[in-house]
Design a protein around this ligand. Structure first.
Ligand SMILES: Nc1ncnc2c1ncn2[C@@H]1O[C@H](COP(=O)(O)OP(=O)(O)OP(=O)(O)O)[C@@H](O)[C@H]1O
Ligand SMILES: [Mg+2]
Length: 471
């Protein structure tokens, strides 16, 4: 049994062959490349545990090769070999992340010891990534933030679905930005098919004919441009998952063929004559009301029923209670680290604002708001001014002090001058004016006013009462 795979890059043939023989005698599998250009494609096919490279090579030098290897996979240990007297290259290499360096003329014993050490590091790294995957499986969905009852319920369903080897298709529904894509990827990553492909197709992007060729593949000569036959995405996802994002946008013309593939688990390439069996789990997502669309014959009913056996519905952020704080803190940590900012928490008024703002763009919007706020922040706390949210109805929290944000920075979709001209409003006043406006626009109908604001009727009633607006 070999103890590891080594790639040796050196144009001095005799030396390279000596290294190879020595390593093989010690139980390694060793491959020699004459130059960097020949070495690069071997990274993917050999998956070496360690690379030894000379610094001076014809064409691309060893330092550049090191850089490329680190781009390919920063975990592969690279040892550079430098001619006696050119220590400069070695220093540079170590700065760039080389595992170590060896001076020429080589001491082969020393080289082998380095190979052993690098291989151990490499094995340890693989083990760690194995444990990380294992952790995700033992504690699935730990990447999805949310403790509200509504989220706990969907995540529990998602966990159960993920654990199965095979299930009917799963339809993930929810408004834009609620985490449908995230949940789909997590179902894949925490289940028994995690090592198999996860292929994502955005169904909005393509017209039916192109989409058909993408999904099902085509045979050579199927149409003018089809010079070669091509594997479709269903086949490419074999053993794993196909995630049909925005499935509501698939043209009717293609929906029948899609249904057949899902139901019979066979695909036929465009221009092909034979059905191919597939073993692929289907996840689909939409932010449309497909039940409604299928009643109006804008979406095939049979396909809808096939997809709707298991529905995971992600509630909008405004219905997740305190989750908005958890998510805001999650993004606060992420972006303060990313931008090296000292900001650590939200002040109470900012927290209140997060809670009343209706978040039409859901978690995605929240992440953008926090990112922007962190960028503008100065001290340890975020204030409502940093969040700079515009409530429905046009009311916006004004900057309390003109220099709170430093120089005028542009606000998404709104010139700063307009904001500055607005009268100062407290959070309470903003809420009140949003309520009044929604009621007015809904002609006094509370159910519709609640819908406009994106809150439940109970929440609306509670807030109306608070402001003395209920009749
Ligand atoms: N509960 C959550 N915890 C952590 N991150 C989340 C959560 N929900 C969503 N996100 C993040 O918010 C962003 C938007 O989520 P995602 O793209 O999955 O939404 P979507 O429902 O697919 O939206 P769309 O319908 O617009 O495609 C992503 O960066 C995602 O990682
Ligand atoms: Mg999405």
């Amino acid at each position: 049994m070999s103890t590891g795979t080594v790639l040796v890059v050196d144009d001095e043939r005799t030396l390279a062959r000596a290294i190879k023989a020595f390593l093989e005698a010690s139980g390694y599998e060793a491959t020699v490349a004459d130059d960097a250009e020949a070495a690069l494609p071997l990274l993917g096919s050999l998956r070496p545990d360690v690379v030894f490279t000379d610094v001076r090579l014809p064409g691309m030098d060893g330092i550049e090769l090191l850089r490329r290897i680190r781009e390919f996979d920063p975990g592969i240990p690279v040892v550079v070999m430098t001619a006696h007297g050119s220590i400069q290259g070695a220093v540079e290499a170590v700065k760039l992340g080389a595992f170590d360096y060896l001076k020429k003329p080589l001491d082969l014993e020393e080289l082998k010891l380095l190979a052993d050490r690098a291989r151990e590091t490499s094995a340890l790294r693989q083990e760690l990534s194995y444990y990380r995957q294992q952790a995700l499986r033992d504690q699935p969905f730990s990447d999805v933030v949310g403790q509200s009852a509504a989220m706990r319920a969907v995540l529990e369903q998602a966990r159960q679905i993920a654990a199965l080897q095979d299930t009917p298709p799963v339809l993930i529904t929810g408004e834009t930005g609620t985490g449908k894509g995230l949940v789909a990827r997590t179902i894949h990553a925490s289940g028994p098919r995690a090592e198999r492909p996860f292929i994502e197709v955005n169904c909005t992007a393509l017209p039916a004919t192109l989409m058909e060729a993408e999904l099902f593949g085509h045979e050579r000569g199927a149409f003018t441009d089809a010079k070669e036959s091509k594997l479709g995405l269903f086949e490419a996802a074999e053993g794993g998952f196909l995630f049909l994002d925005e499935i509501g946008d698939v043209e009717l013309a293609l929906q029948g063929k899609l249904l057949k593939a899902i139901e019979d688990r066979v695909v036929r390439r465009v221009g092909g004559v034979r059905d191919r069996k597939i073993d692929v789990r289907i996840l689909a997502a939409t932010n449309r009301d497909l039940a409604h669309e299928s009643e109006r014959e804008r979406f095939r009913r049979d396909l809808y029923f096939r997809l709707a056996v298991i529905i995971l519905h992600l509630p909008p952020l405004r219905e997740r209670g305190d989750d908005v704080y958890l998510l805001a803190e999650f993004y606060l940590r992420r972006f303060s680290t990313k931008y090296g900012k000292p900001v650590r928490r939200l002040d109470p008024a900012a927290r209140d604002l997060l809670r009343v703002y209706p978040w039409p763009g859901n978690v995605r919007e929240l992440s953008h708001v926090i990112e922007r706020a962190v960028l503008w922040s100065k001290g340890a706390e975020l204030t409502p001014e940093h969040l700079s949210l515009t409530m429905p109805g046009g009311a916006a929290p004004r900057r309390s002090s003109p220099d709170a944000l430093g120089p005028e920075l542009p606000v998404a979709g709104e010139p700063p001058s307009r904001r500055a001209a607005e009268p100062a409003l407290t959070l309470d006043q903003m809420e009140r004016s949003a309520l009044e406006e929604a009621l007015r626009e809904a002609g006094g109908n509370q159910t519709r006013a609640a819908q406009r604001l994106g809150i439940s009727r109970d929440t609306l009633r509670y807030r109306l009462k608070k402001h003395g607006l209920s009749g």
